[in-house]
Design a protein around this ligand. Sequence first.
Ligand code: TLP
Length: 345
Amino acid sequence: MQPIDLRSDTVTHPTPEMREAMARAAVGDDVYGEDPTVNALEALAAEMTGKEAGLFVPSGTMGNLTAVLSHCGRGDEVILGTQSHTFLHEAGGISALGGVHSCQIPNQPDGTLALEDIRAAIRTEDIHHPVSRLLCLENTHNDCGGVPLSGEYTRSAAEIAHQHGMAVHLDGARLFNAATALGVSAADLAAPVDSVTFCLSKGLCAPVGSVLCGSGAFIGRARRIRKQLGGGMRQAGVLAAAGLIALEKMTLRLEEDHRRARLLAEGLQTVPGLLLDKGMPLTNMVYLALSEAVPLSAFRIADRLREDGILVGPRDARHFRLVTHYWIDDPAVEKTVSAFRAALS
Ligand code: TLP
């Protein structure tokens, strides 16, 4: 029996339709620009994000890294959030591999960076300072609870950056979740920024890949950086075929995952000892805290749930993150609530 895997939406397997399309995919050498399926995916991704061009990359991490290195030179500075994925979870790649300096400012609980904090972080012209080159935002914001950032906020933040000659990159790993939650298009949310990445391999169920989108000139630079990073792929159409289905079909069903996240949160908040850590979910993430009365650690509880075939992600000894996705149905939600109740009783 497959476990109920709520650790992340990265655990999603490709759908049967994706596997069939992968087997049938027309392929070519993508480093020569000759893979028709990759080319179709990049064109569709660009169209759906409202940008001129797209670049298929193996992961969200490589998409963000490629973007930062395409915008910044060594010693340039990127302004990003203390809770951002690029700062916390990408192994310091922007500084290790690009020599890019980071200026971290606090994320607000709604995932945004306060506009006055952005203004204050932009360097003045002074030979002692690095050059403020790039502002990075994240939508949905993972560590702030999977919250969506509005297009209006993104426009205000981008305006400040642009006024100072800076570019703006959006880590939109779950951009289509944000668009679904806000009832707008992904292109609306990405309109104010210069570049955006989104992941095919999370809630959209493709096995591998993300797409970086931006202007034609920017993607031209990014294509060279991807090659430097070893991310130039050959017959990648096999992967892009799943990505096309991800974009055409899976983007249309994300509200189901959001509904189940709310259902899960509603159920779990009735379990004595469990608290909703970041409020009622707005997309597909449920963050939980253990109340002081619970003597067990989150790790111990996760071990107990594993015995029932339920996988959850402890963040530390007192907190969990649970993520809904295509392979989590209503009975799985009910079973998870009952298993938490039993583990905590
Ligand atoms: N996030 C993963 C972990 O790395 C934490 C997860 O389980 O949520 N941006 C954001 C906002 C992300 O959440 C992730 C993955 C990435 C970028 C990186 O994507 P991949 O894993 O494809 O490199």
